[in-house]
Design a protein around this ligand. Sequence first.
Ligand code: ADP
Ligand code: GLC
Length: 493
Amino acid sequence: MNKTDAPMPEPRRSVAFIGSECYPFVKTGGLGDVMYALPRALTAQNCDVKVIIPRYKCIPWKYQEKMVYRGSFTMDLCADGRSYYVGIMEYVWDGVVYDFIDNEEFFSWGNPYTNLVDDIPKYCYFAKAALAALNFMDWIPDIIHCHDWQAGLVPIYLRTVFDGTPVASAKSILTIHNLRFQGIYDIPTIKYWSGLPDYLFDYAVLKQKHNDANMFKGGLTYADMITTVSRTYANEIQTPFYGEGLDDHLRYHSGKLCGIVNGIDVDQWNSETDKLLAVKYSIDDVLVGKPQNKLALQKKLGLEEDENKFVIGLISRLTDQKGLDLVNQIIPNLLDGNTQIVVLGTGDAQYEDSFRYYENANKGTVCACIMYDERLAHLIYAGSDALLVPSLFEPCGLTQLIAMRYGTIPIVRETGGLKDTVAPYNMYTNEGNGFSFDRYEPGLLWEAVIRAKTLYFTERESWDEMVIRDMEKDVSWDNSAEQYRALYMKLKP
Ligand code: ADP
Ligand code: GLC
């Protein structure tokens, strides 16, 4: 039976998603995608979902103007009892309700983040305001599903300050999208802004070494359940290398920790309907459609127009997480006259500059698009032959999933969700979805690219079969949304 014809599972569950970004309103990375796609997938699992995010000034006007005022109130926040305005602006779209927490003082700067000095007060306010808004709207969900450190204080507020109020009947889940960012600041500051009582600033909850408090850590202690976005990352973060200083804390709480792999929204990412491509294509005509997109991409970016070049794409935040030092080390070796490289990303100056350098030194062969551009991303996914994701760590990673959906072969490091979603090519059985390497070494990345290129140039039939396999692979949210629903049912039978 087709999934969409399947009967809705009973009973209905209500869920409030609380997080700091959500596509298409505001997105800096995969968290924004998940906050968009998972609620939509959950509505197909008989869940009622409300997404609560800040009303940042950077949200495009075309969305702001559609928001409807839902009410407002004032809320105590700081240790000295300072109170703040909380406005709720609502936007209902495709069965999902989006409630934007409005406060000019906190949300007028940044895209959406600025620096910890501003972001710590901002997300103390946001966590408390989100719960207060649920009480105010008298919308009491079964589950409060919190995302990353910015929502880290929610599970704590829920069981302390909000104890005895209607919203306290909800169970909480805290999902780790990226453990690198934890919301750490000195105890007096976080104590002041959160207004939380002294006893919570203890090692078991918010206290970190020295005089620091850690908002993510405290949330993990208080959440009824912790999830992260792949099974491998769930295991990895319990080790010192990947644990970002919280591995012992996570081992202690491992009984309530599990990994559920991300999917992508297969309507948003669909080569058959994608208006941003030069030519739309399906599994049936990918071998014709893809080269045409490649030529369009080369033309747009000023690369030599030749469909026989092997085009490697890289779409990423340019940070240490993404394995870019490995890429930088091997670029000169990759440029053999048959290969082109397209980078789309923004981030650390060192990577922005080095990719610009390679572009200047190799005009027509390397293109560094140092920008954030959703539209260009679509054409790169479609027009590249392979996509590079050699991350140092990767909780899940969405770009390899999007790549596969567009028939672009991922070349990944075997870590986190990359390991769970990309089966390495097996030349003996002709199985697998991409190419991978294990240790974090430039030589191993280089070898993986060489394996990919060898298959592309010498055994095109096997390559093309892998393209088709990747397009057939289920990268949708269906399966994982079912797992989240099962979790919700376990917490609230
Ligand atoms: P992360 O969340 O760690 O940044 P993911 O792979 O989970 O990594 O998600 C990245 C998302 O952001 C994908 O949707 C990807 O297409 C998008 N993305 C990253 N950089 C850019 C960019 N410069 N322009 C457009 N989209 C980008
Ligand atoms: C984080 C991770 C990425 C993951 C995304 C969505 O930003 O870095 O691996 O896919 O969150 O969960």
